[in-house]
Design a protein around this ligand. Sequence first.
Ligand SMILES: Nc1ncnc2c1ncn2[C@@H]1O[C@H](COP(=O)(O)OP(=O)(O)OP(=O)(O)O)[C@@H](O)[C@H]1O
Length: 451
Amino acid sequence: MCSDAGAVINVDGISKFFEIYSKPSHRLWQMAFRGRRCFYEPFWALRDVSFDVRRGECVGIIGRNGAGKSTLLQVITGTLAPSSGNVDVKGRVAALLELGSGFNPEFTGRENVYLNASILGLTREEIDARFDDIAAFADIGDFIEQPVKSYSSGMVVRLAFAVVAHVDADVLIIDEALSVGDAFFTQKCMRFLRRFIAERTALFVSHDTAAVNSLCSRAILMENGRIKQIGSPKEVTETYLKDMYEAHQGSSAPTDEAAGAEVAGDTESAAAPEEFRDMRADFINASNLRNDIQVFAFNENSEAFGKKGATIVDAVLLDAENHPLNWIVGGEPVSLRITVQAHKDIFGPIVGFFCNNRLGQQIFGDNTFLVYRDKPVFLRAGQKLSASFSFTMPILEVGDYSFSVAVAEGTQEEHVQHDWKHDALLLRSTTTSCHTGMVGIPMKQISLNVI
Ligand SMILES: Nc1ncnc2c1ncn2[C@@H]1O[C@H](COP(=O)(O)OP(=O)(O)OP(=O)(O)O)[C@@H](O)[C@H]1O
């Protein structure tokens, strides 16, 4: 293939086979015969794979289990030699491949930071200067002084990501690492990745089509060791989902039909509910499709920015009687109460929130500005203010979510941000009826009419 002169990564006709032996003894024979006879069957994990990645691109690689994604990344990072073809990568490459594969389990976190960062090209002085930032990013407390073998998988990925985020890499290669961390950490990584790929280059393997669509500028679909499609993330993830759907179609169909039959029952009587409520709510909430959402306590130490003329001291979800909730159900009414402490006089406070999914995509949010536009509130230093938002909780897909909360002063267009707390309130959706789109909207009415 003709390579692109501006490419940071050039993958040119890569093929890779693994030697598959039917008996362990054949491996010994193979060594003894030194290639004069062949005792293995070649298994082609990659066949004639070619593509370029330019600076400023983030390319997502998706495909079913065994499609060859990890093998491809290992060939690109140089941990695996290709059987044929060439790879050329310009600049410093930092990779997060198999979980913790770069760590020595007997060494402490601190020792592994020094080991890994020096392998990635930093001098001892550079690592000394960055160590505190790396430890703060990993946020694993005193575990940094413990051997890595005592870490949970989440801690390993935190430390590994913290190292690669601080080595001034030109190219970042990530293999599914983000699926291991918790929601706070995933969002911190996402914020870092967005900044990183604005200027540099990343390759990102994932089964998560939302992550690929959110982060990547291009995507590659792998199938049986070959490239099936290269294109926009949207096009490529659509093909991937279509392939997955076709492969699994048989098994999921009866469940959908069962739910549909119940719902379609009596559309006339359910046509005009007195309150806004999904017409299927009773059926859904009595089944394992109920959208159970665990609510964690307000995290006052979450990452924050702002001038701190006022700070947010609490955020809580409440029921209709103003009782704090640690469990809510998607599709049901709920209130979010945000409490602000003023440290100076604030004229015209605006309090708002965003609900983010685990990729940091803002899926919904609101603020108090429009309601108080013509009657701004005056808050004196030392006073507290409570802002309340009552709404119907959308139905969330299974996964981790967070509320970011903020207080500003001024107008929608021109304001001073006093306190923006990322991920102040964590939610975990454990079961759901929502499998398409970013959230499910409760449906007031659904009907079928033969006309
Ligand atoms: N060392 C090895 N020896 C033999 N076969 C291997 C080896 N490593 C990978 N394979 C095979 O190569 C194929 C591609 O594997 P690879 O791990 O690259 O797939 P993948 O797309 O990353 O899959 P997954 O999504 O499950 O991680 C698989 O069929 C796998 O079994």
